[in-house]
Design a protein around this ligand. Structure first.
Ligand SMILES: [Zn+2]
Length: 229
């Protein structure tokens, strides 16, 4: 290949609390030390974390660009970017696979991080497809809070509808709902995971209704840079 970089797709997946974003950050920071230009994208829904990260004490933050659709990533990648990081990849539409493939064929190293399974233990969004086309797959585990074994599942602890205030609730704040959502799950192993413990008609860790609520409320922030890590 000479001086031309060979493109590739790497996927970092696992349950909640398994350190996916940390691993993504570690790889991106290494690239930064090597003076390679990086860009990081995440779905708009992940605005929920931005408040957290602004307040965190981590001095080594990496700026990420919130995007509404997978296609938007292609529009926003600069010509001289060598590495593209995609966080919370499970929330993107299936077109994310084509985006990753196009970038990789162009010579870009694409690193995707995301939940491989939803709270029911079912493959999450485009993740199975991404895993299939990736050159490298890293599956991380958390620790089961019940028995201490390696945890591969995310257990939902409460019904979403009982804990998320309505959009017209005067106490409704985007950050509250989103940051709080993280507290409604815990890591569990296959044996301790109870996929049917909470009955809900909406699949996915973050039901579509909630997703659109969040996307609507964060439209104004779309062009702002958020931070991860
Ligand atoms: Zn367990």
């Amino acid at each position: 290949m000479g001086l031309t970089q060979m493109g590739c797709i790497e996927v970092v997946c696992g349950s909640m609390f398994s350190g996916k974003t940390e691993e993504l950050m570690r790889r991106l920071k290494r690239a930064q030390y090597a003076k390679q230009k990086i860009q990081v994208f995440k779905p708009v829904i992940d605005q929920r974390y931005s408040t957290d990260h602004v307040q965190s004490h981590d001095a080594n933050k990496i700026l990420s660009t919130p995007v509404k659709t997978a296609k938007e990533i292609l529009d926003r990648v600069d010509d001289n970017t060598r590495i593209v990081g995609i966080d919370e990849a499970q929330f993107f539409d299936d077109y994310i696979v084509e985006v990753a493939q196009k970038l990789a064929y162009r010579g870009t190293r694409v690193i995707c991080a995301g939940l491989d399974l939803d709270f029911k233990g079912q493959p999450f969004g485009p993740m199975p497809l991404l895993l299939a086309v990736a050159e490298s797959v890293t599956k991380l585990s958390a620790v089961c809070v019940v028995c201490g074994a390696p945890a591969t599942r995310s257990q939902r602890l409460v019904a979403q509808t009982e804990t998320i205030p309505a959009e017209n609730d005067s106490n409704f704040k985007e950050g509250q709902v989103l940051v709080g959502a993280h507290d409604y799950y815990e890591a569990r192993c296959r044996i301790c995971h109870e996929p049917n413990a909470i009955m809900t008609s909406q699949p996915g860790l973050f039901p579509n209704q909630m997703k659109s609520q969040i996307q609507n409320s964060s439209k104004q922030n779309n062009k702002n840079l958020a931070e991860i890590g």
